[in-house]
Ligand binder design. Structure first.
Ligand code: PMP
Length: 436
């Protein structure tokens, strides 16, 4: 490999100066493992970045991308189509929660979020309810990094550098309640009532001003926060009562993470719009999508035919390489039964994770399917640093994890075997003890 200075590349969401003192480089990936340029194996405990659900280097996907690149590299998505874009939408609707039968393509989770928010606003306007312009997010929500997403998002670090953001946005309270729900397995017992916070915002703003509420069924990037039992049902009821659209951001939970194809199915609540990305192509080619209910789509199609019904889209919407990758990904998921495999593995995963209870500074563990969070007590004056030290120790031991604040997040490829789970947890235990 040729050498480079490390100077020119400005890395995203990274401590650039620290990284360049001790770079962590990846060069190859296969199955459950990455390899560094020196050939050292690193076990993948996070499916890359919550996305490589079928494991790395799956031959069907590699072949589909290569063949598509040779056959047709690009096709304009506006006023033109190509067969794989339509075929993929059909395949996606087959596995989606019932009723979500329209698919709009984007290139990332962030773009899927912007698209869903714009669909919600335009939908109300198309129905003559143009006063519904307010968007509601949730504290500790992560919805990507574009302006709509950080506005409805609830992470101060992602917001405070960028001014006033979108106006007319409000937030319901988050559901993290360690005092009542610590070390819970699956959905915590307490906190369905937190959904009533939406009624507070309806009372404050009036329902006639509110377009949509967006939440992650499981908040991933802020520490794997599970919805309390009954919470999502309650949110759905309140939205229905007031004509507010419910958007689930399933960028992390989509494609088998929680034990069903989508968390909406795991938790038995169907949103009006649903965003996905990541696992859609097994992380191989950037792609996102928004699923919409028929009635939402119909609102755009009513009335006289127009040259364009929805003034939105990306040059790379339905990119042929992404569609080919996604079709091969769905086949791979089906071949290996991966969209429900987390259900089979979750007992072992859960027991292994909860065996870390009692280690120094471990204050909470929470999990469902094949996603889990281990929360450490923050070092005084250094939020996030203790977990980051665990991340560095794991890297040295040959394990890739992810940290968010002082929570260690695990979301391994869904092909994981019991011995990988044991290795992840043993490595973590060593790291947590050493860092203590
Ligand atoms: N929504 C959620 C719930 C996410 O977890 C993420 C990414 N982690 C995004 C949106 C943004 O996706 P992307 O990074 O592909 O823009």
């Amino acid at each position: 490999m040729s050498t480079s200075s490390l100077d020119a590349y400005w890395m995203p969401f990274t401590a650039n100066r620290l990284f360049k003192k001790a770079p962590r480089m990846l060069a190859r990936a296969e199955g459950m493992y990455y390899r560094t340029p020196e050939g050292r194996e690193v076990l993948d405990g996070v499916a890359g970045l919550w996305c490589v659900n079928a494991g790395h280097g799956r031959p069907k996907i590699v072949k589909a991308i290569a063949e598509q690149a040779a056959e047709m590299d690009f096709a304009p998505p506006f006023q033109m189509g190509h067969p794989k874009a339509f075929e993929l939408a059909d395949r996606l609707v087959e596995i989606a929660p019932k009723g979500l039968n329209k698919v709009f393509y984007t290139n990332s989770g962030s773009e899927a979020v912007e698209t869903a928010l714009k669909i919600a606003l335009a939908y109300h306007r198309a129905r003559g309810e143009g006063s519904r312009t307010r968007l509601i997010g949730r504290e500790r929500g992560y919805h990507g990094v574009n302006f709509g997403g950080i506005s409805v998002g609830g992470i101060v670090a992602n917001r405070k550098m960028f001014g006033t953001l979108l106006t007319g946005v409000d937030h319901i309270r988050h559901t993290h309640d360690p005092a009542r729900n610590s070390f819970s397995v699956g959905q915590p017992a307490h906190g369905a009532d937190l959904a009533d916070d939406l009624e507070r915002l309806v009372a404050l703003h009036d329902a006639s001003t509110i377009a949509a509420v967006i939440v992650e069924p499981v908040a991933g990037s802020t520490g794997v926060l599970l919805p309390p039992q009954g919470y999502l049902q309650r949110l759905r009821e309140i939205c229905d009562k007031h004509g507010i659209l419910l958007i689930f951001d399933e960028v992390i939970t989509g494609f088998g993470r929680t034990g069903q194809p989508f968390a909406a199915q795991t938790f038995g609540v169907t949103p009006d719009l649903m965003t996905v990305a990541k696992g859609l192509t097994n992380g191989c080619v950037p792609m996102g999508a928004v699923f919409a209910k028929q009635a939402i789509h119909d609102a755009f199609m009513n009335g006289p035919e127009h040259l364009i019904e929805f003034f939105h889209g990306y040059t790379y919407s339905a990119h042929p390489l992404a569609c080919a990758a996604a079709l091969a990904t769905l086949e791979t998921y089906a071949d290996d039964g991966l969209l429900t495999r987390a259900t089979d593995m979750q007992d072992h995963f859960s027991q292994a994770l909860h065996s870390l209870k009692g280690l120094p500074h471990v204050i909470d563990i929470r999990n469902i399917g094949l996603v889990g969070g281990i929360e450490l007590a923050a070092r005084s004056g250094e939020p996030g640093k203790r977990a980051f030290d665990v991340f560095l120790d794991c890297w040295e031991q040959g394990l890739m994890i992810r940290t968010t604040g002082d929570t260690i997040a695990l979301s391994p490829p869904l092909i994981i075997q019991a011995e990988h789970i044991d290795k992840i947890v043993d490595t973590l235990a060593t790291a947590i003890k050493r860092v203590a």
